[in-house]
Design a protein around this ligand. Structure first.
Ligand SMILES: [Zn+2]
Length: 216
């Protein structure tokens, strides 16, 4: 039987980043918790959900702004690529711009992510795809049962993420994009990007000129 999982794309205030709320029964996981902890608490309460897990595609403040507080308030693990640990606390001026509190430099994810198979909420199969380049520890997440791919800032509908931030690297980023291309995911896979409009595998292959295999 297929899992009774539900995926909800949330553009939390102040609108900037695409977050994803995954739930199964009364349990919830948040991917890229942008915004404020209190706003997330209201969302969870309104849906009668208990937060169990937090995941981040990468360690930039616009993908983890609520992660330290949520992790502490609900005593739940916050998973992120180990190589992005050093980024936590970097780029607080972006949070100033949006009027959000700073992320403390000593805040740290509770668990490291590695590429390979994982199980969200103990029930939902997920492939973790290491995707460095935008950041050293960036990860994409693919859910084969639901045919949903979260790219973080590695790839956008019409382009790709920046590689000029600390730890970023252009060649590595294009290798990561090539890697995702070479997975040959089905056309109807729904793709949620870290920012901007969603896409599908089919539309990415057709419309994003950067979504292609790397030149040898
Ligand atoms: Zn980023």
């Amino acid at each position: 039987m297929k899992s009774q999982s539900k995926f909800e794309i949330l553009r939390m205030p102040p609108e900037n980043t695409n977050s994803v709320l995954v739930s199964n029964g009364g349990d919830a996981a948040i991917f890229d918790p942008w915004g404020r902890c209190d706003d997330w608490a209201r969302i969870l309460e309104a849906r009668n959900l208990t937060l169990r897990e937090i995941y981040a595609t990468h360690g930039h403040p616009d993908h983890i702004s609520a992660a330290p507080d949520l992790s502490a308030r609900y005593d739940v693990p916050w998973y992120m690529g180990a190589a992005d640990r050093d980024l936590v606390g970097w780029g607080n001026e972006l949070l100033d711009f949006f009027g959000l509190p700073h992320i403390c430099a000593h805040c740290a994810p509770s668990s490291d992510l590695a590429s390979g198979a994982a199980m969200v909420l103990g029930k939902i199969p997920m492939h973790i795809i290491a995707s460095p380049g935008h950041t050293p520890g960036g990860m994409c997440f693919y859910f084969p049962d639901e045919k949903i791919l979260l790219t973080g800032d590695t790839l956008f509908r019409d382009g790709f993420g920046r590689y000029d931030f600390p730890g970023g690297d252009q060649k590595t980023l294009f290798e990561s994009i090539s890697n995702i291309y070479n997975l040959n995911l089905p056309d109807d896979v729904y793709v949620v990007h870290g920012h901007g409009p969603d896409s599908t595998m089919e539309s990415l292959r057709r419309e994003n000129p950067y979504f292609r295999p790397a030149k040898a």
